[in-house]
Design a protein around this ligand. Structure first.
Ligand SMILES: [Zn+2]
Length: 268
């Protein structure tokens, strides 16, 4: 059981809330998902994240978003979960419960001023558009230009169901690499999992937090950042992004805010 204090983290005057949209088991054996992982690595990974493996040896994962509350009162959401219904083409196991999680954190959808979508996979954009309308009506939706330009390759269905309604409402903000979101807060390009994957970096000078998106999806990639995930678009680029950024974070004693690990906040 994760305590309430483990679900939020303060970096200077900024608060980060972990919001769990759902949890479930992965659709294929984990050895197939991470083909290079050895038995010794799995053992280390299971010690690091014991709740991520079922008694039967399946990968149990969370589907998590984060809300960042700035001192100015602005609220930035990083990712939008699996969404209200299981998408017909999707693989996520359960309908999401982000609205309740937001309410528990005291956040209404209209309070959200920006939604950073780390990438265009269905388990990260689920609540962005609901019933063809932006679910966060006052937010700008921040995406890397490279990701939007690659949407046909990443997930063609999202052109119609996600990008069109957001673009029609004038809410899409395309960025290239690093974009400042607030004091000490910026996007960082982490290509590989998808062509325009991005993460979010928060630092007050003393503490650094990286909201990873799918830069890594399992503790086995923390134990050994070289380990690729089968569903990475470009495994070489994904590995480079992961190895370099984790090394930077480890140098400064940084913390990760992860989408899919059992605990939302873990040391890099
Ligand atoms: Zn994911």
């Amino acid at each position: 059981m994760i305590g309430a204090m483990a679900l939020r983290r303060d970096i200077g005057s900024t608060t980060v809330f972990a919001l769990e949209d759902g949890a479930g088991t992965f659709f294929e054996p984990r050895q197939q998902a991470f083909p290079a992982a050895t038995a010794a690595l799995w053992q280390c990974a299971d010690e690091r994240d014991p709740a991520a493996v079922t008694a039967g040896g399946q990968w149990r994962l969370r589907f998590r978003c984060f809300a960042i509350r700035l001192e100015s009162g602005q609220t930035i959401l990083v990712d939008a979960g699996i969404g209200p219904t299981r998408p017909p083409s999707g693989w996520t196991p359960v309908p999401g419960r982000l609205p309740e999680e937001l309410a528990a954190a005291g956040i209404a959808p209209a309070d959200v001023t920006a939604v950073v979508l780390t990438h265009l996979h269905t388990d990260h954009v689920g609540w962005a558009v609901v019933d063809a309308a932006p679910y966060f009506p006052r937010a700008r939706y921040v995406l890397q230009r490279a990701e939007v330009e690659a949407v046909r390759a990443v997930n063609p269905g999202l052109r119609r169901f996600l990008l069109k309604p957001l673009t029609s409402a004038g809410l899409v903000q395309l960025v290239d690499g690093t974009e400042r979101l607030g004091p000490g807060l910026s996007t960082v390009a982490t290509p590989g999992h998808t062509p325009g994957h991005q993460s979010v970096l928060l630092s007050d000078g003393a503490e650094t937090l990286l909201l990873t998106g799918d830069l890594l999806v399992h503790a086995v990639q923390l134990v050994d950042p070289d380990i690729g995930f089968r569903y990475e678009w470009d495994r070489t680029a994904a590995r480079r992004s992961r190895v370099e950024l984790l090394a930077d974070l480890r140098r400064v004693g940084g913390v990760l805010a992860t989408a899919h690990l059992s605990e939302p906040f873990v040391p890099a």
